[in-house]
Design a protein around this ligand. Structure first.
Ligand code: GSH
Length: 211
């Protein structure tokens, strides 16, 4: 298997899931802004949509969409606990989180990432995003992870996205800083996830240990 990945992007969540699941894959770096591979080849030749993550399976077929790739990998290792079994109510809870993170947080960042073009839209997008993070903070009041006692793929996804609002490289390149100062449950969760060996491994491989 090969994972096409851009450090610090949403595909970081998939790298974390690979590590947590103990699934081996070659990580192929993509420059997601220039849409180039490290050897200069066009990434569009592999994915005409131009975005990461993209998983190439051993039979040469491709799987797109981060939340789906993460579930596929988690389901390869059912004992990992990274995703509840299909057909259970818990699986629908996981899907509920994945859909929320995709539509309300991941894509909620877009106006901030393209702030110059988006102009005044940032003024409405940022408080909306901060409100969503505040809601997540409340959800974490009485449990260590989003789904309860165990780390799952939704924690990996939220970790990558929360990093966008916290990391100094992001706030200097973009205008993506989010005020997390009063969200202590989210802060504690962030540190808990960051300190997991699999996450440390991924951050170190991406050169993002100091963010
Ligand atoms: N729907 C896709 C969106 C992925 C996405 O937005 N990837 C960003 C990085 S976080 C990217 O590669 N952007 C480059 C581009 O769209 O050209 C998914 O959830 O996997």
């Amino acid at each position: 298997m090969k994972l096409y990945h851009a450090p610090g992007s949403c595909s970081q969540a998939v790298c974390i899931v690979l590590q947590e699941a103990g699934v081996l894959a070659d990580i192929v770096k993509v420059d997601a802004r220039k849409h180039l591979l490290e050897d200069g080849a066009s990434y569009y030749d592999l994915n005409e949509l131009g975005y990461v993550p993209l998983l190439e399976l051993d039979d040469g077929t491709f799987l797109r969409e981060g939340p789906v790739i993460a579930q596929y990998l988690a389901d390869l290792r059912p004992d990992s606990g990274l995703a509840p079994v299909f057909g259970t109510m818990e699986r629908y809870r996981l899907l509920e989180w994945l859909n929320f993170l995709t539509s309300e947080i991941h894509k909620g960042f877009i106006p901030l990432l393209y702030a110059v073009a988006a102009g005044k839209y940032v003024d409405t997008a940022r408080p909306k995003l901060e409100g969503r993070f505040k809601w997540i903070n409340q959800q974490l009041e009485e449990k260590p992870y989003l789904m309860g006692q165990n780390f799952t793929i939704v924690d990996a996804y939220l970790f990558a996205l929360t990093g966008w609002g916290k990391a100094t490289w992001m706030t200097s390149v973009y205008n993506a800083n989010i005020d997390f100062s009063s969200l202590r449950h989210l802060q504690a969760w962030y540190e808990r996830v960051r300190d997991r060996p699999a996450v440390q491994h991924v951050l170190s491989a991406e050169g993002l240990m100091n963010n």
